[in-house]
Structures are given as structure tokens and as C-alpha cells.
Design a protein around this ligand. Structure first.
Ligand SMILES: *Cc1c(COP(=O)(O)O)cnc(C)c1O
Length: 352
């Protein structure tokens, strides 16, 4: 296997999905498995679907198309508001899309009529985090206008919290979302059957209070893949934290000083490094850098320290655990590291 590569344990992902599905299923909450982090790779998608999660969501239509073409058997939701320029594919390949803009919904409507389909949508509501969402005061008017459009059916409301400004899901904002759903069901005589409360940051709230709420859907990416909720990044009981690891190869290993020599300026990325004189150390270089992965999201699985990185190199202090040229070293990844290595053309995947 060429290095660097991501080692992906499908049975651990499957276990995580199964455990989460049991936890939330017991509370009447449906999980939408979020696939964007792995670009809709059908092998990973199938590990999730066969665990009983039959609803998948992705922010990129390309990833939904990839899964659909590979015959992954699930309901597919586009969880980013569509671009007006992609409505043809959205109606063709997504069963549901999340929306916030009437101009785009009007395009979806035209396209749905042309494709002789009913396209179902969830309206995203702004509940405080200020990423996507219709303002609460504008929601009624928006629903009223969408109800006039042919080929479109509103099936629910959703919200996204924490991603942009770290605004936390609480009883208050979740109750507000439920209240809006009940109110507009009554006013317009519609059924809002999907109330999607948020992402892996909603894990704790949904598990504790979801059974008493109208909120009945949670969109989980990181929780399934890395086994953590994302408000405090605490591990979730019984889940695997190491379904993914990144393997890279040592290309240089030499005893060198810890202090650079000469006058210091900026590094390749515009930062000014700070050094500490620790005397001589064994410095090992792995053939992997910022073009492969977001290095600050890596944790070596053996006792070595990351000293720094550039586009194509990571430099390790391997004094306590000597490494040799040709050795492979394994890293744990956080979400940013996983996302970046999955999308790097230089990193291959190896499945176990
Ligand atoms: C990425 C994304 C999610 C999943 O987030 P995780 O933190 O990985 O659970 C959920 N909803 C939306 C709208 C997203 O873009």
C-alpha cells in the first residue's frame, strides 16, 4: 500500500451506527447519517445503512449522486441549500432538500414540474447560530408562498446550530422550533413530519429530552464516524473512537539540534515559529504534510511529538521512540483532519 493512506474500519463504523440507532430509535428519533466527510463513499455509506440508518444526508449533490449510482439503498437529503444552478440534479437525485430561499424553491418547482416529480423540502429556520435559515418572523410568509408552488411539498422544519458561532442547542431553542412547527401545521393545515433539530452537537439534548419533544430527527456525521458528541467532544459510551487512522512513512531520521541556525523570519505559511532549546534530538520526517491533512488535528499513536509541518513534511521528535527510514507511523484524526485527508488527492483509503 502506498503511503500516506487512511485505514478505515467498516465494522467499527457499522457498530457505531447501530448503537446510535438503538439509542435514538428507543426515543422515537430518526437519525440522518451525514456522509459529506467521506464524500459519499458507498462502502462507508453501506456500513451505516446496513446498521439500520436508512436516511442519509450530504451537503454536496455530487456525493448523493455517487451513492445513488452505487445503489446505496437510502432516502437521500441534500442538507445544504441548493444553488440555483444545480436544481436539475437536486430534483433528479435528492429525495429531499433543505431550503431557505424562495427564488431557489421556485426553480426547484419549475424543474420538478418538468421532471414530473414532487420534490420534498425541509425549511431551515434561523434559531440563533446565524448560518443558514429563514428568520422566524418570515417563516409564515415563506410557507404561504411555497404552498402556491406546484411540484414542491414541505415535509418539515429544521435548524442548524453550533457550526458557525457555537450557539448551543437548548430547551429554549428546541422548544421554539417545535412551537413553530405546531403553529404552522395548525395555520396552514399541513403536516410537518420531519423536525430536524441539528447535528452531533445535539447529541446530549436529543438523548435526554428528544422523547418529550416534537423534534424527531438528528443529523449525525462525526458521532457515527469518530464516536464523539461535538459540544465538548466527549466520547459517547460504547462507541469506537478509532474507526479511522492515518498512516504515513518516515523518509528521514537524524539526530539534529533542536534550535535552528541563523536569523529567523517567517515560515512558509506566514507564521513566526518559536523554538525551545532542548539540545540534540532525534528528528524524523514523514512524507505527509498540509497538502494531505490538517496537521493540527493529528495525534500520533506512539510516543512522539509533532514539532511542525509544511506542505509535504511533518517533523517529529522521536527521541523517546526512535523511528527509522521506511517505518510507518499511525495517527488518530479529529474531524478537521479526517475531512482534509478524505478530500486530499494524495491520500488513499484502505478498508478493513
Ligand atoms: C455537516 C452537517 C451535519 C453533520 O454534522 P456533524 O457535526 O458531523 O454531526 C448536520 N447538518 C448539516 C446541515 C451539516 O452541514
Amino acid at each position: 500500500m502506498k503511503t500516506p493512506y487512511l485505514e478505515i474500519d467498516l465494522s467499527k463504523i457499522h457498530d457505531n451506527a447501530k448503537n446510535l440507532n438503538a439509542m435514538f430509535g428507543a426515543r422515537g428519533i430518526e437519525i440522518t447519517g451525514v456522509t459529506k466527510c467521506f464524500l459519499g463513499d458507498p462502502r462507508i455509506a453501506n456500513a451505516i445503512v446496513t446498521a439500520g440508518i436508512s436516511s442519509l444526508g450530504d451537503s454536496r449533490i455530487q456525493n448523493l449522486i455517487r451513492m445513488k449510482k452505487a445503489h446505496v439503498n437510502a432516502l437521500f437529503t441534500l442538507i445544504r441549500t441548493p444553488s440555483a444552478s444545480e436544481v436539475h440534479d437536486v430534483v433528479m437525485y435528492a429525495d429531499v432538500s433543505f431550503n431557505t430561499e424562495l427564488a431557489v424553491i421556485a426553480e426547484l418547482s419549475k424543474t420538478a414540474i418538468a421532471q414530473k416529480k414532487i420534490h420534498t423540502i425541509v425549511l431551515m429556520v434561523e434559531m440563533g447560530d446565524l448560518r443558514e435559515g429563514i428568520l422566524r418572523k418570515d417563516l409564515g410568509k415563506t410557507i404561504e408562498e411555497v404552498l402556491q408552488m406546484k411540484g414542491i411539498q414541505i415535509i418539515g422544519l429544521g435548524t442548524n446550530l453550533t457550526c458557525l458561532n457555537g450557539i448551543v442547542p437548548t430547551q429554549y431553542n428546541m422548544d421554539n422550533l417545535s412551537r413553530l412547527a405546531k403553529m404552522y401545521e395548525r395555520i396552514y393545515g399541513i403536516k410537518l413530519s420531519v423536525i430536524s433539530g441539528g447535528n452531533s452537537a445535539n447529541f446530549n439534548w436529543m438523548l435526554e429530552h428528544g422523547n418529550k419533544s416534537k423534534v424527531n430527527n438528528i443529523r449525525l456525521g462525526e458521532a457515527i464516524l469518530l464516536g464523539r458528541e461535538t459540544l465538548s467532544r466527549k466520547p459517547i459510551d460504547r462507541l469506537h473512537l478509532n474507526a479511522f487512522s492515518l498512516v504515513a512513512e518516515v523518509i528521514e531520521s537524524k539526530v539534529k539540534p533542536s534550535l535552528p541556525e541563523g536569523k529567523a523570519g517567517q515560515d512558509a505559511f506566514g507564521d513566526t515559529p518559536i523554538f525551545e532549546d532542548k539540545g540534540e534530538m532525534l528528528r524524523s520526517i514523514v512524507a505527509m504534510g498540509r497538502q494531505d491533512v490538517q496537521v493540527k488535528g493529528l495525534t500520533p499513536m506512539i510516543d512522539v511529538d509533532i514539532l511542525g509541518s509544511s506542505s509535504d513534511h511533518i517533523i517529529l521528535d522521536t527521541t523517546t521512540t526512535p523511528l527509522h527510514v521506511g517505518d510507518h507511523i499511525r495517527f488518530n484524526l479529529d474531524y478537521a483532519a479526517l475531512l482534509s485527508s478524505m478530500t486530499s488527492p494524495f491520500v488513499e483509503s484502505s478498508f478493513i
